[in-house]
Design a binder for this molecule. Structure first.
Ligand SMILES: Cc1cc2nc3c(=O)[nH]c(=O)nc-3n(C[C@H](O)[C@H](O)[C@H](O)COP(=O)(O)O)c2cc1C
Length: 277
């Protein structure tokens, strides 16, 4: 079977596709992070029809395929459905990934590439910081190895004694599990990640009362069509009002479970950064 990649015959499918097929429900980024320690923007599997072996490689290193297993070892109890499932897995993975943010490492590579001519032209470094869902010092190290100057962390520092958010905000974050996080469309049309507070649930259910008073604080917001007043919702969150607040958070908010201090957070990040492989 031709695959459009030279005269190699077989099937290509992503390891992420297989993970989705077998029940993984998150994005490709979440899946890669769940593997811990894996480098590169993605992994591929391919089935070589001639040699009947499954092989794998990291995306971008398609000249270097490693044998994963001899398919004959599986014949009889898995192989019958494998090829159909591979196709389905690929479709499902594409669907799960559609409209989702791209991998941070892929974005970083693109940004670094776009900046290269300007570094050259102006003869100076242009530092790039990654932001959004960077979980640990080990991940920071990985992005720095890839060319980032550093990373911006937000969510894990909300649950510190020093953070000036109310104790209600911190409690909401500490209590949140992964399934309590959602993407909301703000009244000005920008997507944002937030906790599924009662406000968000009412908006989703269409039961949030109409806006009765508007100070026209944002030109892009129309109080006749906006599902809620974002100023009011942000102030409610700052004050810890769980019923009416819009609690923005990062993708890993479900993993913030203990109140700490800025020093403890920084010590942990630096320690992970120093000891990362
Ligand atoms: C509560 C909260 C408020 C934020 N406010 C802003 C903001 O006003 N402007 C901005 O550029 N980024 C804002 N961010 C994004 C962070 O600056 C940061 O880039 C990102 O959240 C880091 O990801 P992390 O929270 O997964 O560590 C906010 C993030 C959080 C969690």
């Amino acid at each position: 079977m031709s695959n459009g990649r030279g005269d190699w015959h077989g099937y290509y499918f992503t390891a992420y596709g297989i993970a989705v097929k077998h029940g993984f429900t998150g994005t490709e980024e979440a899946w890669l992070e769940s593997l811990r320690g894996e480098r590169g923007p993605g992994a591929w599997l391919r089935y070589d029809l001639d040699r009947e072996v499954l092989e794998w490689t990291f995306e971008g290193q398609e000249d270097d395929w490693q044998e994963l297993l001899d398919i004959n070892d599986l014949r009889g109890y898995v192989i019958s459905a494998t090829l159909d499932q591979a196709q389905q897995a690929r479709d499902q993975a594409r669907e799960a990934q559609a409209g989702r943010p791209r991998l941070l490492s892929a974005l970083l590579a693109e940004v670094l590439e776009s900046l290269a001519p300007f570094r050259e032209k102006y003869g100076r470094d242009i530092p790039v910081f990654v932001a959004g869902g960077v979980k640990s010092g080990a991940e920071l190290r990985r992005y720095m190895d890839q060319g980032a100057a550093g990373a911006q962390f937000a969510t894990r520092f909300i649950a510190t004694e020093e953070c000036d958010a109310s104790s209600g905000y911190k409690r909401a974050l500490l209590d949140a599990e992964a399934e309590d996080i959602t993407i909301v469309q703000s009244p000005v049309g920008m997507p944002g990640r937030a906790l599924k507070s009662p406000l968000i649930r009412r908006v989703e259910a269409g039961t949030q009362p109409k806006i009765t008073r508007c100070d026209r604080c944002l030109a892009a917001c129309d109080c006749k069509t906006a599902p809620y007043c974002i100023s009011k919702a942000l102030i409610a969150a700052v004050e810890g009002d769980w019923e009416n607040g819009l609690f923005f958070c990062g993708a890993n908010a479900g993993e913030v479970n203990t109140l700490s201090t800025v020093k403890e957070q920084l010590d942990q990040i630096l320690n992970e950064w120093r000891t990362a492989p």
